[in-house]
Every structure is written in structure tokens, then in C-alpha cells.
Design a protein around this ligand. Structure first.
Ligand SMILES: Cc1ncc(COP(=O)(O)O)c(C=O)c1O
Length: 363
């Protein structure tokens, strides 16, 4: 139609026309979901109760986030002004980059890492600089320190990282923040609950440190889209200008207090996942499949040239896993989320059968 009428469509910003479009494979996932590092079971039953009690009338109102922000801040021992709830950590990353990255600035990314950093960076006029980890996938601390320049404006570090599952220490994160006082150091603690070490207590102590957390993983609320930013008030005031006051919906805000209050459920889920991880790692070791030690709810494994077939055969066996071959330095590697112990028993059967089939093909 447009062509017939010889219509010329207005063009987007130059940056946007050069952006990559990111389509995570979210379709057809009615199997055991070991592909997105989600909670693989359910959120707390207390959240279900809140959901059941939400009235149609309450949905007619715009969401009010301040009281819930105050509650979450108190829970994390932060001042309310230091905390902003976001539409998942993805929105947190987007808002932070939009707030701080200008033309000529540099964003340092230790890679491989979470894809959305690069996606959101590509919509800014800053330059993303990848700092490649070596084959151990350990945090490339020395290389990162060496890559800091006066232009470095943001350093984004997932701790633990994805897809490696590797974590770094408070000492190294602090050293980076001190080396680059002109830059924001974003520590993305999406997988904090499976690791247990945090720097959130240093927010407001280290002036350039910002921490992000999500409720998508251990809490099992990925579908509600809720995360948070914790930052010194002096930095938060700029990010609040960019952040929509409406982006966290009222259903998520209603559920969050119940999720936080149910510490028993959270503890049970985390403990079960950590026990399942140990059992799954033992199964990988018994098969002689190379894996990287993980501090998160997933394990990266090296399948090699047969990675596509591995993913396919696991899917046929009812288990979804994620091919990470396209990530820098990850050729042949597949990331497997850890579900509950019961779920991982069937995952181990699928793994054993899949590896046997692949090894029969290529002994
Ligand atoms: C390191 C990291 N940060 C953030 C996210 C996304 O979090 P959210 O669901 O809160 O947007 C993910 C999701 O996989 C992740 O791996």
C-alpha cells in the first residue's frame, strides 16, 4: 500500500537504524524450562493469595510505587530515596544508560555477559568496549582495570555473571570503582540469591556504585516484570528523571510485599536449587562434560561442535536449554538452568541419553 502510494516513511534516529533487534526464543516453552534462568516452579503461595484478591476496581487506578519502594528499601537497609523499583532489571539498565551515557563516552563490558547491556548501549551515542575473559571465564579484572580511560563512563558487571555463572569479589569491585571515580559502576546482582555475596551495603558509601536486583529469578516473578536500582541519592535523582513513574504495574506492586515477606519459601527454593546444582554438576562430571563452576542457578557446559544437536535432542526429551555459542568466547557452549531437585532428576536422564546418542554418532 505504502509503495503504491509512493509514501516515504520517516526514518528513525541513526543509532536506532543501526541497532540489532534482539529476539529471545520465548516461543513454544511448554517443557522443562532450563533455558532462561527463571524460577522453574512457582512464586510464593502468599503471592498467589494476593493475586487472587486483586479486584477489578483496583486495576482502574494508576500504580503508586512509593509505599512499596519504602518497604523494599527498609528490607534492604537502604534509605527510600536510594531505591527505585523498575520494570525488571532490563528497564533499570536502560534507564541507567540513558541517564549517564553521552556521545564520546565509553561503556566497559566484561564479556561474555548479559546480552541486554549491549542492546541498550547500542541505542546510545556511547561506545561499548568489550573486555574479553579468557577460557576460564574468570572475571577479567586486570584487563578491565587496564581498559579504564578518562572517557569510561559506565562499567556494567553482572555478579554472578551470565552465561558463565562466575562471580567476582567485593574487593575487586571496590578497586574498580575507586580506579574509575568518573564512571558509574553498575553491579547487576540478578543472581545474588544463589551466590549470597552482595555489595548493596556499599551503596551510598562508594559514591559511584549502583546495584541492580531482580525479582525474576529466585522470587519467581519474571512475568510480573519487577526489579530495582539502588544508588546514592545524588545519582538516583538523575535516573528518576528518566524513569517513568508508571512503569511498574499495580499487580507487581501488590505482590511484591508478599514475596519479600515469605522468606521461608525463598530459602526453601534457593536451598533446593543449590542441592540440585551439586547433583547436576556430579552428573556432568560423571559424563566428562566440561563445565564452569557456577555461583548461580545455571551451569555453562562445553558441548563442542555438536551443540546445536545437543539442544535439539534435549528439547526432544522435553528439556529446554540455551545455546550460547554466539556469545563472545563461547563457541560450542550451552547454558543449562538449574531447576528443583525433582526436575533435575529428569534433566539428568535427558542429559545421559543425549550424550550417549551424540557419542554414538561421533565416538
Ligand atoms: C545478569 C542479568 N541481569 C538481568 C536480567 C534480567 O532481569 P529482569 O527479568 O529483571 O529484567 C537477566 C536475565 O536473564 C540477567 O541474566
Amino acid at each position: 500500500m505504502a509503495e503504491a502510494l509512493k509514501v516515504k516513511f520517516p526514518s528513525p534516529r541513526k543509532r536506532v537504524s543501526a541497532m540489532m533487534e534482539y529476539h529471545p526464543p520465548l516461543g513454544c516453552r511448554d517443557s522443562l524450562r532450563l533455558d532462561f534462568n527463571e524460577n522453574t516452579l512457582a512464586c510464593s503461595p502468599r503471592v498467589r493469595e494476593v493475586l487472587g484478591a486483586i479486584s477489578a476496581g483496583s486495576l482502574t487506578r494508576y500504580p503508586e510505587r512509593a509505599p512499596v519502594e519504602a518497604k523494599v528499601a527498609a528490607y534492604l537497609k537502604l534509605q527510600p530515596e536510594q531505591l527505585a523499583l523498575t520494570n525488571g532489571v532490563d528497564e533499570a539498565i536502560h534507564v541507567l544508560f540513558e541517564t549517564f551515557l553521552d556521545a564520546g563516552d565509553e561503556l566497559l563490558l566484561p564479556v561474555p555477559t548479559y546480552t541486554m547491556y549491549e542492546v541498550y548501549a547500542s541505542s546510545t551515542d556511547a561506545q561499548a568496549i568489550a573486555v574479553q575473559a579468557d577460557d576460564s571465564l574468570d572475571f577479567p579484572f586486570e584487563k578491565l582495570m587496564a581498559a579504564i580511560t578518562p572517557r569510561t563512563k559506565v562499567i556494567a558487571i553482572a555478579n554472578p555473571n551470565s552465561p558463565s555463572g562466575k562471580a567476582t569479589t567485593r574487593e575487586l569491585l571496590t578497586a574498580i570503582a575507586l580506579r574509575a571515580p568518573q564512571a558509574i559502576v553498575l553491579v547487576d546482582e540478578a543472581y545474588y540469591h544463589f551466590h549470597g555475596e552482595t555489595v548493596i551495603d556499599l551503596v551510598g558509601v562508594i559514591p559511584n556504585l549502583i546495584v541492580a536486583r531482580t525479582f525474576s529469578k529466585a522470587y519467581g516473578l519474571a512475568g510480573l516484570r519487577i526489579g530495582l536500582l539502588a544508588a546514592p541519592v545524588e545519582l538516583m535523582k538523575w535516573m528518576r528523571r528518566v524513569l517513568s513513574p508508571y512503569s511498574v504495574n499495580s499487580v507487581a506492586l501488590a505482590c511484591l510485599p508478599a514475596a519479600i515477606d515469605d522468606e521461608t519459601y525463598l530459602r526453601w527454593y534457593i536451598d533446593d536449587i543449590l542441592a540440585a546444582r551439586t547433583e547436576f554438576e556430579a552428573a556432568l562430571d560423571a559424563l566428562n562434560v566440561r563445565r564452569w563452576p557456577s555461583s548461580a542457578n545455571f551451569v555453562l557446559v562445553d558441548i563442542g561442535a555438536q551443540h546445536k544437536e545437543f539442544v535439539h535432542l534435549m528439547r526432544e526429551a522435553g528439556v529446554l536449554v540455551r545455546d550460547r555459542s554466539a556469545d563472545p568466547g563461547c563457541d560450542g557452549r550451552v547454558r543449562i538452568t538449574i531447576g528443583t531437585r525433582v526436575q533435575m532428576k529428569s534433566a539428568i536422564i535427558a542429559l545421559n541419553n543425549t550424550m550417549a546418542a551424540l557419542r554414538q554418532e561421533h565416538p
